[in-house]
Design a protein around this ligand. Structure first.
Ligand SMILES: [Zn+2]
Length: 159
């Protein structure tokens, strides 16, 4: 997922990049084409990139254990510059370009952000989604902090 920045005029440029999930080295539950829509703003000494990436995910639902598909998408910004600027907003990913560099490769950033965008709790969100009957419900465990409080309350009651 590369952008050629040589002889790029100042202003806004947009790109639609794609590669395969496999090439990008994404996890096995992310498959097919990874698309990235890039808005690049070039100013005198830096490139500001806004990237919106998405890929198809195939997951197993945590609740009903069915396979389901869901698009995983991530949005992030990156700044590429020839100058090192320590006052940069820390929220942005900041990359220093070498003087003769004319390619920006966003592959690693896309990989990182898409991987982070995979939900921790995987739910298929279908109306049929239910915990299978043969799977016993996990016993509700009480938060140890609440347990302590309960004991405290009880002992106070005895006073
Ligand atoms: Zn489900």
């Amino acid at each position: 997922m590369k952008i050629n920045i040589s002889n790029l005029s100042e202003g806004t440029h947009t790109y639609q990049l794609s590669t395969s999930a496999e090439k990008l080295g994404l996890g096995s539950n992310l498959i097919g084409e990874v698309g990235a829509h890039v808005t690049l703003e070039k100013s005198i000494n830096q490139f500001f990139l806004n990237v919106h990436a998405s890929v198809k995910g195939v997951f197993v639902c945590d609740r009903c254990v069915r396979d389901y598909e869901e698009t995983v998408s991530a949005e992030f910004t990156s700044v590429y510059s020839w100058d090192q600027d320590e006052t940069m907003d820390e929220k942005d990913d900041y990359y220093v370009l070498s003087q003769d560099q004319n390619i920006i490769d966003i592959s690693d950033s896309v990989k990182e952000y898409v991987t982070l965008a995979v939900p921790l709790k995987l739910l298929c969100n279908t109306p049929e989604c239910e915990i299978p009957l043969h799977v016993e419900k996990e016993e509700q465990t009480i938060d140890p902090r609440w347990e302590k409080l309960k004991v405290l309350k009880q002992s106070k009651g005895h006073l």
